[in-house]
Design a protein around this ligand. Structure first.
Ligand code: 5GP
Length: 195
């Protein structure tokens, strides 16, 4: 099978990864989103098979045992996320390139596994303060549960930022319009001009 290219978007929760990935999917031809598996519960606006494959922990562990994942991580305590090898092969088989929205460790693992045909991009915001403000908007209800969620993500972001220099490209997302424009430019260039 002819391998396509891989675009790996990583970065802290709240950095704008999802927004930038939606933009890339609509602007860059033949780019297809890799749907991951997760054991977290489905959110209101999400669709099984489109946003994630929502699995029970048992079913996720069974896939680990059968070596069905190209990479997987316990991204948050007791919450597992992983990319199925089959997801990658199906996208390449359909003659398309793959876009991943995955955590920093997972992103670096994929880059290590597929060094030649992948472009890894770390999305960064200018400060932890900005990140906290964005997360506060997302988890807008001032509940204990939400405060805990924000703190977990802020602490994780501080750790993740230390790995930014291991990525092929660090994309600073301060002005979203500029960040989207830059993302389209580097991704298109990687897929279509460096063949
Ligand atoms: P969320 O639960 O907010 O959708 O995602 C939580 C985190 O898990 C995000 O940083 C997201 O990029 C990451 N993630 C999503 N899918 C995967 C995956 O397949 N593997 C890994 N390692 N991380 C993932």
């Amino acid at each position: 099978m002819k391998k396509g290219k891989m675009i790996i978007l990583s970065g802290p929760s709240g950095s704008g990864k999802t927004t930038i990935s939606h933009c890339l999917l609509s602007e860059v031809p033949k780019l297809k989103f890799s749907v991951s598996c997760t054991t977290r519960s489905i959110r209101n606006n999400e669709i099984h098979g489109k946003d994630y494959y929502f699995l029970s922990t048992n079913s996720f562990i069974s896939k680990i045992k059968k070596s069905q994942f190209a990479e997987w991580e316990e991204v948050y305590p007791n919450l597992f996320y992983g990319t199925l090898k089959n997801e990658i092969f199906q996208i390449w088989k359909s003659n398309q390139h793959i876009l991943f929205d995955i955590d920093v460790k997972g992103g670096l693992n994929l880059k290590r596994k597929y060094p030649n045909n992948s472009l890894s991009i770390f999305i960064m915001v200018n400060s932890i303060k900005t990140l906290k403000e964005r997360l506060t908007k997302r988890y807008y209800k001032n509940s204990e549960e939400n405060k805990k969620n924000i703190n977990i993500r802020v602490n994780k972001a501080k750790e993740e930022n230390k790995f930014a220099n291991l990525f092929d490209f660090v994309l600073l997302n301060v002005d979203l319009f500029q960040a989207k424009k830059k993302a389209i430019q580097i991704v298109s260039n990687f897929i279509y001009e460096n063949k």
